[in-house]
Design a protein around this ligand. Structure first.
Ligand SMILES: N[C@@H](CCC(=O)N[C@@H](CS)C(=O)NCC(=O)O)C(=O)O
Length: 209
């Protein structure tokens, strides 16, 4: 049996989609959560992590870095990456689109964690919401064309997890975040209702985001 260790911080952030893929697949994994102090004083100086950042996934001791690459690897391994070669490409394109969108919300998230010092309300109005509108319009187009209610094809993929997890994070701080986006709200509810996932969400450790 393959031994998986996911090494990250006690955050959902860039580690959560990988954890959710394990939950969806019902696959055991070691959920290693490094304290920030230990990361900076002990783990990072060792130089053992491929690009000196987390998350890192160990597969029988072999390391993989980059959160989207980890998610894609697990999704392909467990069957949540799209059913055909074409579907896989579309799923990957959604993940890339999410990566293009993410820098717009990153300062907000860094401020929440205390690693930056911006005014959250200003960021929400001037940066996050305009970027959200563009990204949600793109995702809504996919959902309106979908027969299943998932972004691509007929089953849940890691692209659905990326979108739903983003929505969860920002609903916490902006209760009306999806008010004007009914398809995104419906998609979020559909993804979160998947039994293995909703069990994980209920049982997982608490974290800021
Ligand atoms: N593009 C990378 C970014 C990795 C990254 O920036 N990780 C942050 C936490 S979310 C980190 O390890 N920060 C601590 C450091 O850089 O020392 C990914 O998606 O995995």
């Amino acid at each position: 049996m393959v031994k998986y260790r996911l090494i990250y911080f006690n955050l959902r952030a860039r580690g959560e989609v990988a954890r959710q893929l394990f939950a969806l697949a019902g696959e055991p994994f070691e959920d290693v959560r490094v304290e920030f102090d230990d990361w900076f004083s002990i783990v990072k100086p060792l130089g053992d992590m491929p690009f000196d950042a987390l998350p890192v996934l160990e597969v029988d001791g072999e390391k993989i870095a980059q959160s989207i690459t980890i998610a894609r690897f697990l999704a392909r391994t467990f069957g949540f990456a799209g059913k055909s070669n074409y579907e896989q490409a579309v799923v990957d394109s959604v993940a890339d689109q999410y990566s293009d969108f993410f820098p717009n919300v990153r300062p907000f998230l860094l401020t929440l964690l205390g690693f930056a010092n911006h005014d959250l309300d200003t960021l929400l109005v001037e940066k996050v919401r305009p970027a959200r509108d563009e990204f949600f319009a793109q995702m809504t187009k996919l959902l309106l064309a979908s027969e299943s209610g998932f972004l691509v094809g007929h089953t849940v993929t890691y692209a659905d997890l990326l979108l739903a997890e983003h929505v969860s994070t920002f609903k916490q701080y902006d209760p009306h975040y999806v008010r004007d986006w009914p398809e995104i709200q419906e998609h979020w509810a559909k993804v979160r209702a998947i039994p293995n996932l909703s069990k994980w969400i209920n049982d997982r450790p608490e974290s800021v985001y």
